[in-house]
Design a protein around this ligand. Structure first.
Ligand code: SF4
Ligand code: MG
Length: 328
């Protein structure tokens, strides 16, 4: 992506002044073919918006999303239909992303009708194959989504995403709605399918534990911006950005949605409607100085193919265990 920004709202009305929210603010990153690239951060940090921008389920307000050198936001609907074959999305909630009136077989077959020249018989055969690949019985093709558990439905969603023969699959928290015991199975499945089908996998997660063992590189997002980007092992061995450090140290607490949130030590995420001045993390950062509230840090290139956007990362990196402080 090239300096991608997505603003919501901003439509002028007669009575109200225009307001807009930058959910994604000037994000530039390059995802390599064949890698597993994860984007992590708390809820409301713009991860889902960025994920949707990457496959043009949304179009950017500014900047460009390049795929094979082409700006996908500039493609016509017809050109985009061709590209849709390559770029598929797996939604967070398998309960709402599958049409309840279609059989599982019809759901998986649908993308093949749009994107392939397969005959009806070939499509049926491929449905059975795909069900098998995602660990479900081919006979399930005649049943309806509501007959399945969350984990099974997510497997159906994955089979459907695979049906067009994609090159890239973006998963927006593909396991966060599932029981912890099922999460690992679905993650393992994605890993297996990735190597079998030569996929590039882009995973969105709020839970670092979920992506810990399968990412090649990880981007940490805070209030619409990438604050740190690093190879997986380097990031987990030595997080450089105070926000990454806090995410890793934070103790999971129960949330009303049943999943754990990692915000316990951090206080709340400020509203993206009115982002803090300078470094957007400064109101919650234990290392913040005057400079931090005045000036926005530019991402610095760090040895080992990493970038970090923090004025004081070098000093902070010297402290093996920086102090944990409650925000005021
Ligand atoms: Fe903290 Fe300042 Fe670094 Fe922002 S720039 S993360 S406030 S130390
Ligand atoms: Mg989300």
């Amino acid at each position: 992506t090239r300096a991608v920004t997505k603003r919501f709202g901003g439509r002028k009305s007669l009575f109200k002044p225009a307001t807009s929210v930058s959910a994604v603010n000037g994000v530039s990153l390059t995802i390599k073919r064949g890698e597993t690239f994860s984007i992590v951060g708390e809820s409301g940090c713009g991860k889902s918006t960025l994920a949707r921008l990457l496959v043009r389920l949304l179009t950017p307000s500014d900047g460009a999303v390049l795929y094979d050198g082409n700006d996908i936001s500039a493609l016509s609907e017809q050109e985009m239909r061709r590209l849709r074959k390559d770029l598929q999305f797996v939604f967070q909630d398998p309960f709402s992303s599958l049409n309840p009136r279609m059989t599982v077989g019809a759901l998986i077959e649908e993308p093949m009708k749009v994107h392939t020249a397969l005959t009806r018989t070939e499509r049926r055969q491929k449905v059975a194959e795909l069900l098998n690949k995602v660990g479900l019985r081919p006979a399930f093709a005649n049943r309806y989504p509501h007959e399945f558990s969350g984990g099974q439905r997510q497997r159906i969603g994955i089979a459907r995403a695979l049906a067009s023969g994609p090159k890239v699959i973006v998963g927006d928290e593909p396991v966060s709605a599932l029981d912890v015991s099922v999460q690992a199975q679905v993650i393992n499945l994605l890993e297996d399918l990735k190597s079998e089908f030569d996929l590039t996998l882009i995973l969105i997660a709020h839970d670092l534990a979920v992506i810990r063992h399968m990412s090649d590189r990880v981007a940490v997002m805070y209030l619409g911006e990438i604050v740190e980007l690093a190879p997986n092992d380097a990031l987990f061995d030595k997080p450089l950005h105070p926000y990454t450090q806090a995410l890793m140290r934070a103790i999971p607490i129960a949330s009303p949605h049943g999943r754990s949130m990692k915000a316990a030590l951090l206080g709340d995420v400020p509203s993206p409607l009115d982002p803090p001045s300078g470094c957007r993390f400064h109101p919650r950062c234990p290392h913040a100085t005057d400079l931090c509230s005045r000036e926005k840090p530019t991402p610095a290139n760090v040895a080992g193919d990493r970038t970090v956007a923090c004025h004081h990362w070098e000093k902070i990196a010297d402290d093996a265990q920086p102090p944990v402080q409650e925000p005021p």
